[in-house]
Structure formats: C-alpha cells, structure tokens
Design a protein around this ligand. Sequence first.
Ligand code: SAM
Length: 215
Amino acid sequence: MRLRNVPGARETIAAHPLCTLEEDPKAGKWHELFGSDRPVHIEIGMGKGQFITALASLHPEINYIGIEKYSSVLVRALEKTGSIKPPLSNLRFIRMDAENICTMFAPNEIDRIYLNFSDPWPKDRHAKRRLTSQQFLERYRQIMKPAGQLEFKTDNKDLFRFSLEQVEPAGWHLIAATEDLHHDDAMNPGNIMTEYEQRFAALGNPICKMVISPT
Ligand code: SAM
C-alpha cells in the first residue's frame, strides 16, 4: 500500500506523541514507554491500521505497536485512532523499514508478530525482501521471546508456499496452517479481518494463514 504523498505527513508523525521514528530507536524501553509490563504484540506493515486498532480495542491487557514504512500510510492510521474515544492507551506506532527492526527492539521484548498481506515481491531476485524470508525470520528471532509466535495471513498462494518453505531452514517450527482460513473451523474463530483481507475475501480469494514459533 503506498498512498499518494500526503502533504505534512512526515511532520505530523515526527510531532505525534504516539509515534516513534526509525531514526530514534527505543530498544529495551517499550514497557517503560507503555507504563506497564503487559505483553507486546507488533504488526509489521500495518497499512492504515484497521487490524491492530481493532485488536488494541478488544485486548487492553496487551500492548500493541503498528509498524509501517510510509508516512503517507501511517498518517491514515493516526487519523483513525484519533477519533476513538476514550483514546487507546495500549497502542503506538513506528515509522520504519522492518529491515532495521533489530535496532528498535531488544532481545525478548516481543511476544507476538503479525504479518498481514505483506508485499509479495514476486521476482526471485527480490525474495530476501519478502517479510517472511529466512533473512527476516532471523531478525524476528533476535527480538522475540523463545515461546513467542508469528502469525501470517495472505491471499497470495505463491508467497504463502514460499513462506512455509522458509520455516524449517530458518530454525522455526510450524504450529498451524490453512489455505482457506475463513472455512477452517479450528483457525478461523476470533479472526480479525484486515483491510486487504476484506477486499480479497470479497473477490472470493481464499485466505491463507500460518502460525509459527522460533523454538
Ligand atoms: N497489513 C495491511 C492489511 O492487511 O490490510 C496492509 C497490507 S499492504 C499490502 C502492505 C503494507 O506493508 C504497506 O502499507 C507497506 O507500506 C508496508 N510495508 C511493506 N514493506 C515494509 C517494510 N519493509 N517495513 C515496514 N512496512 C512495510
């Protein structure tokens, strides 16, 4: 998702109390920033934030961080959360490229990672840029609790199968997987739809999901 340039988006984010910038890493400080020891769950590539905002409303016992590369997209999530009353105290945002995620979090700081409808990077020579590549799984391992989990959803079967193939070589293990989430009685209950998920499901595309753990 890359919205047309939104004038003032960079400045809005830089000045916003709920936003952290890649240039100002906060590794090891997230519990302090939230003012609580609650588990920290992050969504990487959150887009306009529909999914993580819904989770934060439903689960005040968890602290959530939405990560997005582009200011023009992140600013839309800020608009959405600004209209929620009372404000959510368990939701923050980071503008950064996830390639540098290890500078933003300390070892064991993260309990769960969500990846939803990540960009597929279809050319083989770009495979390392896929957010489920071995290279990214290695980065996530460095910041996650050993018993943590990563949940990935996509409607792109090629990306899904590539992602499944990455799990074992990266030293992770598969907990559950489906190629038709919305008709899977075990995995679908409690599913929160993302913006892209709603769009693709409306077109009749089956949604794939895998849950993996670094140990
Ligand atoms: N997760 C949302 C959903 O399911 O509706 C948005 C999906 S959209 C296809 C992918 C999002 O990931 C875009 O907003 C894009 O800017 C962001 N993104 C892609 N690569 C990223 C990276 N390396 N770091 C952070 N965000 C990234």
